[in-house]
Design a protein around this ligand. Structure first.
Ligand code: AMP
Length: 396
């Protein structure tokens, strides 16, 4: 079955066409600057990357160009739209209603819309993508795969904040967690690679990208995660501050003469390693380069990030009363051996010893701890699109 995986942002749309039997990516691409001017990149399997500038006032035009690219005579990979049997949509927030992926119906769309206030930037964009695909590819069944669903197994002691309980009852204010598709894929893949039952191991997944989160997966169930009501909680990230004392917000507002919503923009977009490096960069490649040339703020930002990761891994080892596997994934987790080494140095108390040669290998599923390490440490590249395609195939 050919499955189109769609990941809609407010001004972007990433797509992959995946053959669910062979799990081969037939084509992939990205529409950017939707609503501004519009650009499409498209790469068919085994072919060259193509780039076009196209007017994309809305996501509908973007999807029209995606269809055009997939079906064009020269570099298209399908003859007609009928070949796309299903569409898997990444949806950011499923609230408490969605504990797994679902086939999209009008009722499901209404419930996704009801979660809009929990993810005001993302869920409306996801719905626009769902509606545009429904209009332009009506023959394909559509499935919603939620970023939050995997974390719905957390117990109340993990997801409740220490706030008046009525806020949970009235507004469902609680920890939800994000990157669930990645945490689920990577923790399952870890058990598969080790040839052990998923429900027999305790695994901590460190999804370290520009957005970063950690989850504790205790014998097949997520029991805690670092992101919260929104993706702002937890680790220090590329531009997000992660955990801070909430009093900081009122303090900044008073000192800088800004509104709470302006302060939230600072916490989401100007903080994290970008803020700590005095605005140098949110990208770890830039930070590493600057640190190597003696920039103490860049070096300090990397150190704070690694400390933040190690501290949360330690707390999740306590939450599960032990840990068998720690897995690194996403942009930084997969590619930055210096960050991995620094994080693991903090964790030698867990009996971890690192295999430095293996840690230097890139782009592979690999164990980077030594055979006598008490906890196995692995790098497993994440594949959220494949995970979405698998969920979609299973449901249709
Ligand atoms: P993500 O959000 O998962 O795309 O991750 C973005 C982060 O991963 C950035 O801070 C990059 O510095 C880092 N990253 C991504 N790809 C590479 C790479 N090939 N080599 C080193 N760092 C990378």
């Amino acid at each position: 079955m050919k499955i189109l995986v769609i990941n809609c942002g407010s001004s972007s749309l990433k797509f992959q066409l995946i053959d669910s039997e062979s799990e081969e990516v037939l084509a992939k691409g990205l529409c950017e600057r939707i609503g501004i001017d519009g650009a499409l990149t498209y790469t068919p399997a085994g072919g060259e990357k193509e780039q076009y500038e196209k007017a994309m006032p809305t996501h509908s035009e973007a999807i029209t160009y995606v269809i055009e690219a997939l079906t064009n005579e020269k570099t298209g990979v399908i003859k007609s739209l009928d070949e796309i049997q299903a569409i898997g949509h990444r949806v950011v927030h499923g609230g408490e209603r969605f504990t797994s992926s679902v086939v999209i119906t009008d009722e499901v769309k209404a419930e996704i819309e009801a979660c809009n206030d929990l993810a005001p930037l993302h869920n409306p964009a996801n719905l626009i993508g769902i509606n545009a695909c429904e209009k332009l590819i009506p023959s394909a069944k559509a499935v919603a795969v939620f970023d939050t669903a995997f974390h719905q197994t957390m117990p109340p002691k993990a997801y409740l904040y220490g706030l008046p309980y009525e806020y949970y009852e009235k507004y469902r204010i609680r920890k939800y967690g994000f990157h669930g598709t990645s945490h689920s894929y990577v923790s399952k893949r870890c058990a598969e690679l080790l040839n052990v039952p998923y429900d027999s191991v305790k695994t901590i997944v460190c999804h370290l990208g520009n957005g970063a989160s950690i989850s504790a997966v205790d014998r097949g169930k997520c029991v805690d995660t670092t992101m919260g009501l929104t993706p702002l909680e937890g680790l220090i990230m590329g531009t997000r501050c992660g955990d801070i004392d909430p009093s900081v917000i009122e303090f900044i507002c008073n000192k800088e003469g800004i509104s709470p919503s302006e302060a939230m923009t600072v916490l989401n977009k100007k903080s994290g390693v970008l803020g700590l490096s005095k605005g140098l960069s949110s990208d770890f490649r830039d930070l590493q380069g600057a640190a190597d040339s003696g920039n103490e703020f860049a070096a300090g930002a990397i150190e704070s990030f690694c400390y933040s990761v190690a501290k949360h891994v330690g707390s999740f080892a306590a939450a599960m009363n032990g840990v068998d596997n720690i897995v690194f994934t996403a942009g930084i987790g997969e590619n930055n051996c210096i960050v991995r080494e620094k994080v693991l140095e903090y964790l030698t108390f867990l009996g971890i010893t690192i295999d430095k040669e293996a840690n230097a290998v890139r782009g592979e599923e690999i164990t980077i701890s030594t055979p006598d390490s008490l906890v196995r440490v692995m790098v497993i590249p994440t594949n959220e699109e494949l995970a979405i395609a698998r969920e979609t195939a299973a449901l249709v």
